[in-house]
Design a protein around this ligand. Structure first.
Ligand code: BTN
Length: 266
């Protein structure tokens, strides 16, 4: 088999997997439109909490704010079905759970200094290695299920990405200078997601935020935040208990931002 073209083996992920529910059921595909779409379809049909959908490639991978997510062979493109008993607003906190789990797993498994950038990017050396897309489905005003979509540039060459990307990405292969073993990493990551998810559902978001803050080295720096209708500049001070970014503007006013892109000024 050509190097880098080896497929992920779910059996190897499950070997020694220490979770109660996340990853106990893994659906693996060669190609799908988007693992989030497949996971939603399975969830609607009653898939169990913790079901994972993973694909070698995605033809219509989605990012936040309707962006395209480039998903070539060699990456880790997957989605997890969760059924938390929380309000739809609370469900958005899963972004923090996923970001902490990914950054933590990269640190544990590869010893790389992974950091988090609000709201949901994981970076290495300031370059994006992972994006997270949470999609919530509600029934009668309560959460029916949440799909946590995670895209990690694993054994991906940087020339797979369009040059037009404003922020150049990186990959684990690029940072380690060697191809990584995806199954072992996914096992560690699924265990971390379950650990932090369990903390969230027992209503301890403050503990997640504490871990998130320790991994968010952009806090305290000057940032530009671009959202739909405005662009603001100031110092990123903190995140609040709803997950909003708190920015101290250059004129001293405090502004809370719920959505947007952060550009960290170096
Ligand atoms: C972002 O940074 O904008 C979020 C990117 C999320 C990408 C992942 S890959 C697996 C899952 N399926 C998708 O279509 N998107 C998410």
């Amino acid at each position: 088999m050509v190097s880098g073209k080896r497929w992920i083996q779910p059996r190897k992920i499950k070997e020694g997997l220490k979770t109660e529910f996340i990853g106990q059921e893994i659906n693996h595909f060669a190609e799908v439109t988007s693992t989030n779409d497949v996971a939603k379809e399975l969830a609607r049909k009653g898939a169990k909490e913790g079901t994972v959908v993973i694909s070698e490639t995605q033809t219509l991978g989605r990012g936040r704010l309707g962006r395209v997510w480039v998903s070539p062979q060699g990456g880790m493109w997957f989605s997890i079905v969760l059924r938390p008993r929380v309000t739809p607003k609370e469900a958005s906190k899963l972004t923090f759970v996923a970001a902490v789990a990914v950054a933590q797993a990269i640190r544990e498994v590869f010893g790389l200094d992974a950091e988090i950038k609000w709201p949901n990017d994981v970076l290495i050396g300031g370059k994006k290695v992972c994006g997270i897309l949470i999609e919530t489905s509600t029934k009668d005003g309560v959460v029916d299920f949440v799909v946590v979509g995670i895209g990690i540039n694993a054994n991906v060459s940087l020339d797979s990405f369009p040059e037009s990307l404003r922020n150049p990405p990186t990959s684990l292969k690029e940072e380690r200078m060697i191809e990584i073993e995806r199954e072992g990493f996914l096992r560690a990551l699924l265990e971390d997601v379950e650990r932090y998810y369990t903390i969230l559902v027992r209503d301890d978001f403050d503990l997640i935020l504490e871990k998130w803050r320790r991994l968010a080295s952009f806090l305290g720096k000057y940032v530009e935040v671009v959202s739909f209708d405005e662009k603001i500049r100031g110092r990123a001070v903190d995140v609040d208990s709803d997950g909003a970014l708190i920015v101290k503007l250059t004129d001293g006013r405090i502004k809370k931002v719920m959505t947007g892109d952060v550009i960290v000024e170096r």
